[in-house]
Design a binder for this molecule. Structure first.
Ligand code: NAP
Length: 242
């Protein structure tokens, strides 16, 4: 596969999205950094474009909860690049916390407005991005989609706490299977992964992994060779139970 590949990363202004964009650019892909806020998005692109990655990284505004915003992105990608090879659905929120940052451990405390916003961001955003961008992948019979999920969404280990987040990541895992099956004859590989507990704004400073370690499996899935796995859930490049 040549270095013409074009990748979209959502929520790439900070955290795992930023690091994923950096690693993809280092591998030679042209990366479209997206963020919902222009200032932090452009600052991220300036930082990423320092040094060897110059001109490989561009910016596009994207709020994943807005279908209009997603459609504008799809139109721009078609116009500016004429192709899309990689979609990393990274943008996400974890809203099940009290003011001090403590998790809401009981479903009885779960705030429905926060649950709705969590689903809009973590599930319906990736769903709409697939709807708008898969047609572009199909035109070149190539695609890699990575849904950045979490162990908190694994049904095999489901437990209490983080209700909205857990629901959203379990649904994102289901979305992964649905989309993977639908595109299985189009050389589009669709997988979900858990990055581990990573030192970002979401993971906090006590997390055990660096963003670079967390992004490793995301980038691996985003650059799988033809015939690679699809419809799976991975951590540390190993398949995990749902
Ligand atoms: P983070 O530092 O909090 O970054 C989240 C990113 O998502 C930010 O760029 C944020 O943009 C963006 N975002 C939120 N809502 C958005 C929207 N409506 N439209 C566009 N962008 C939006 O979190 P992170 O740790 O890097 O997490 C990235 C992904 O990894 C998430 O899906 C998360 O669930 C998953 N994950 C993280 C961990 C961990 O330990 N960190 C563990 C498991 C899974 P703003 O700057 O504008 O808010």
């Amino acid at each position: 596969m040549s270095d013409d590949r074009v990748a979209v990363v959502t929520g790439a202004n900070r955290g795992l999205g930023f690091e994923t964009a950096r690693q993809l650019a280092v591998r030679g892909l042209r990366v479209i950094v997206t963020a919902r806020e222009p200032k932090s998005g452009k600052e991220a692109v300036d930082e990423l474009n320092l040094g060897a990655n110059k001109r490989k990284i561009s910016f596009h505004l994207l709020d994943v909860t807005s279908q209009k915003s997603i459609r504008q992105l799809a139109l721009s990608v078609r116009k500016d690049f004429g192709r899309l090879d990689v979609l990393v659905n990274n943008a996400g929120v974890l809203l099940d916390r009290h003011k001090g940052g403590e998790p809401t451990n009981s479903i009885m405390d779960a705030d429905m407005d926060k649950i709705r916003l969590t689903m809009e961001t973590n599930v319906y955003g990736p769903l709409m991005l697939c709807q708008e961008l898969i047609p572009l992948m199909k035109e070149h019979n190539y695609g890699r989609i990575v849904n950045v999920s979490s162990g908190l969404g694994q049904l095999a280990f489901m437990g209490r706490g983080y209700t909205g987040y857990r629901l959203s990541k379990a649904a994102l895992n289901a979305l992964t299977c649905i989309v993977a099956d639908e595109v299985k004859n189009a050389n589009i590989l669709v997988n979900a992964c858990c990055p581990g507990w990573v030192r970002t704004d979401m993971g906090g400073k006590n997390a055990t992994r660096s963003p670079a370690e967390g992004a490793d499996t995301i980038v691996w899935l985003a650059t799988l060779p033809d015939g690679g796995p699809s419809g799976g859930f991975f951590r540390d490049r190993e398949r995990q139970p749902w």
